[in-house]
Design a protein around this ligand. Structure first.
Ligand code: VGL
Ligand code: ZN
Length: 202
């Protein structure tokens, strides 16, 4: 068992990010058996769940004429317009059925405000509206995070960057992640994580 100050953060292992889903990440389901094993090693396990209302601003469907994967400017910065995914209460939003959920003490839902996206487990994309995860981890004495899940270059990277910024020791196990890799987003995310002091391990 890992030390009491260590937590595993499992990002968005949901049906819509796995093959067959609305925003499928290639090989997204291949990481699940490793994550199931990892969960038994950490005293604190947190899952996150992308959890959007149907009128969410990040959906191309809500911007007439816009193509999925195009960019728009939002008050909080550039926003990729995604295919409609992880709509609250739908099967696509459910945690993938092969991921164990019983070892998790907390499931953080994010992206539930229509007007703002939320990639990070810690803050919405304005980088200032908190999800409450920081307080949960600190009050439990957690100082070191291992991050896994989907997708490497969006929600995993944003979460790891915020974790490092908040002073947590952050490690991403890249072999237990898979990437969307949109226009070089994976290389960019890896550079940013390295520069921020996030440890990238296999
Ligand atoms: C994610 C795009 C949109 C992710 C979530 O989990 O990485 N990516 N919503
Ligand atoms: Zn989303």
């Amino acid at each position: 068992m890992r030390a009491a100050n260590e937590a595993l953060i499992v990002i968005d292992v949901q049906n819509d990010f796995c093959p067959g889903g609305a925003l499928a990440v290639a090989g997204g389901d291949e990481i699940i058996s490793r994550i199931n094993g990892l969960m038994t090693e950490f005293p604190t396990v947190v899952l996150t769940q992308d959890w959007h209302p149907a009128d969410h601003t990040s959906f191309a469907d809500n911007h007439p004429g816009a193509e999925p994967f195009s960019l728009i400017d939002m008050p909080y910065g550039p926003q990729v317009l995604w295919p409609t995914h992880c709509v609250q209460g739908t099967e696509g939003a459910e945690i993938h059925w092969t991921l164990r959920t019983d070892p998790a003490q907390l499931i953080v839902r994010k992206g539930f405000r229509a007007g703002i996206d939320s990639y990070s487990a810690f803050f919405e994309n304005d980088h200032s509206t908190p999800t409450g995860l920081e307080g949960y981890l600190r009050s439990r004495g957690v100082t070191a995070l291992t991050l896994v899940g989907l997708a490497t270059d969006y929600c995993v990277a944003y979460s790891a960057l915020d974790a490092a910024r908040l002073g947590f020791k952050a490690t991403v196990l890249e072999g237990a992640t898979r990437a969307i890799d949109l226009n070089g987003s994976l290389a960019e995310a890896r550079d940013k994580m390295r520069a921020a002091g996030v440890a990238l391990e296999a």
